[in-house]
Design a protein around this ligand. Sequence first.
Ligand code: LLP
Length: 865
Amino acid sequence: MPLPDRWIVLKFGGTSVSRRERWDTIGRLARERAEDGAARVLVVVSALSGVTNELQAIADGGAIGDRVDALIERHRAFSVELGLEPGSVLGERTTVLRALANDARAATRALDWQAEVLAQGELLSSTLGAAYLRAQGLDFGWCDAREWLDAIALPNQNAWSTRLSVSCRHESDAAWRARFARQPARMLLTQGFIARHGDGGTAILGRGGSDTSAAYFGALLGAQRVEIWTDVPGMFSANPRIVPEARLLARLDYAEAQEIATTGARVLHPRSIAPCRDGNVPMAILDTARPDLAGTRIDASATTVPGVKAISRRNGIVLVSMESIGMWQQVGFLADIFERFKRHGLSVDLIGSSETNVTVSLDPSENLVTGNVLEALAADLAEVCRVKVIAPCAAITLVGRGMRSLLHRLSDIWAAFGRERVHLISQSSNDLNLTFVIDEADADGLLPQLHAELVHSGAMPMHDASVFGPSWHEITHGRAQRGPAWWRGRREALLQAAARGTPRYVYDLATLRARARALAAIDTIDRRFYALKANPHPTILRALEAEGFGFECVSSGELAHLFATLPGLEPERVLFTPSFAPRREYEEAFARGATVTVDNIEALQRWPDVFEGRGLWLRLDLGRGEGHHAKVRTGGSQAKFGLPLPRLDAFVAQARALDARIAGLHAHLGSGVELPSHWREVYAELAAHADRIGTVATIDIGGGLPVPYLPDAAPLDLEAWARGLAEVKALYPQYALAVEPGRFLVAECGVLLLHVTQVVEKDGMRRVGCDAGMNALLRPALYDAFHAIANLSRPGGDTAQGDGVLAFDVVGPVCESGDVLGRQRLLPAATSEGDVLLVADAGAYGMAMANTYNLRALPAEDVIE
Ligand code: LLP
């Protein structure tokens, strides 16, 4: 049987070749590809973990004899573990290693000798591995990578880099390929990291060498794909250790992968991408411990949705700021300064300039930026400009295709950086990256926040499942179970409701009660108030009263509606938390017996008689806002809510002067907060302030609990949330704890039903029009909010999967360009006039914010049991 002429290249790093069972995995994966995939397989391996460092120490000239002995011993022991006879397998290799230790060139640490020393790790590991795989009965051959990879000389290389950090020829070459294919075994094993120098000696590929070797082989072989097997599941939208919500990037193009590899992820060496791109060879990053995960695929396929794919942080960045001393704009100024960077072997990363200043960044991963080097550089630069070195800085980079078209979605990101001291901003002209350089200390804690903002603004198009895979949290803990939405089982009832007229909200009381009971089961919380601004439907108010909830109101109108709906409601169960309300509303709230929350001193000063002798709650601004969109963040100096902390003492004094007692302390910093630690932090801060005030009995940590609007979003981990609160409660048992959620209780119980009016194609864009849009549900227009949309009239129309689906923008009938309920949503291709669309998770701030703009009627409302 002739061997197939299709190759798959697999690369395994140090940890994947250092244990016997890992070699079993390598053998299994190779065999599967050879047999099931009907391909030939080339496996490229690194040295055993830690071996290259040891060889580097030998190449540096330290304790050569002892180190060589230890290395030989380590490999002998491993061959025993592999069930091999060390003498016969390793004999030749150990002879070479000992000869190198005694080589005359060792004394001068000649570069060619260093290269040969460094090459031994891969030669040893591949020799052991090939022997082991053959002993398992696999048809494996071994080849010396130096016979196949030729180093090329590049301009600007010094003696060191032409030997120890080489690039290799990788243009596909039929003769080369035919020669390679003549090797008899179906599967071959070779070394990463090493190549042939032009003089016939050994050359080293340098950092990331094994990935790059695999890529060279892939390109030379015109391989079907190059698989990089690592110990992580692939590339992520952010470092998953810092951002557990970060999502696996299922598919990237070469340029995006290159940017992500360069600016953050250490998963794949950036150098390895160009050869595969040049040869149009797809790459896959896969996890040896989780071989069934699809990992990250990198290829030339056009990505459909422009968007930010990843956000990363690099530390240790050094900024060199150069102020002109009258030479700016003079021909040769930049040449003068950059020549000095070259002189000190420093490669410049980012550049920013103004009329009088040029600032550049140095990335420590590309440079040896020691104090000495910087001092010498600064001294040289001082001849032509005034120099300031700013370090340590962090570079925070957003990567994704089409960055320019996304700028309008990045307003929250700019706002977040607006609170930091940004030294440099750089946008690449290839439209792939946007980088902010700030002080390293300021970058702490920023990434999770920025990642959440990218998701919420839609700049990171998470709903595109072809790009965004599961989150790190889901991969390690299993996918969080958000049971199927209630409406999937109620299609007939919903179609009947729609037949009575749309737009129409339908609320499911069972879902409402389930959320209410989940909160009521948390015994750390003493008092629960429903923020009825989210949805004041009378049936919902009655149901929540029956579940033991109190209510939080913001206006006299809400108070009147509440007491009209629930005439017997005890006033102690009612909070009044107004914002800039007129005096009359405070008076009315006191007259009704509600608990009134005040958030400024001016009210006490102007209306002393309203507050005299009263018990009050005080709303504090803890100096920051949180939430799904800038417009719902209610803390920090930009927000109109809350008493700023520096005025707390003055407020306490003013209240005392009026004989008013501060009985509660409140903060609500925003809505749809994704950080589970938020509430325990607010709780702890408020409790500490309460201790100082002395009269406080209740701490109210507000609402703001998130719901999973995005298809794969995980629901709030309520147990973890409650555990955090319980920890704070243990420290401050003297205070009653109150919460006042709105969205969490009602969002998922409500859907909006619409009829399709028209389906129109314009300039390649398909739009489904509905009989209501931003007039019925304002959230997408106002906050770019995401609501899932399904077609209830078509089979499969609620799954957005399978054949026969197309991407549509779902729009309303209002005369505003912002009247879009969802962009590029997958709906049945057959969607047409008269179909019923369902907009999910619309129970909170849906009907409550509906309006009659364009004189369109308000939606109808139904409640179902
Ligand atoms: N407490 C206070 C003082 C509030 O201002 C709010 C909401 C809540 C509680 C309830 O927050 P929730 O648990 O629902 O997040 N229209 C926006 C939300 C505005 C929230 C206003 N205040 C939206 O549709 O996302």
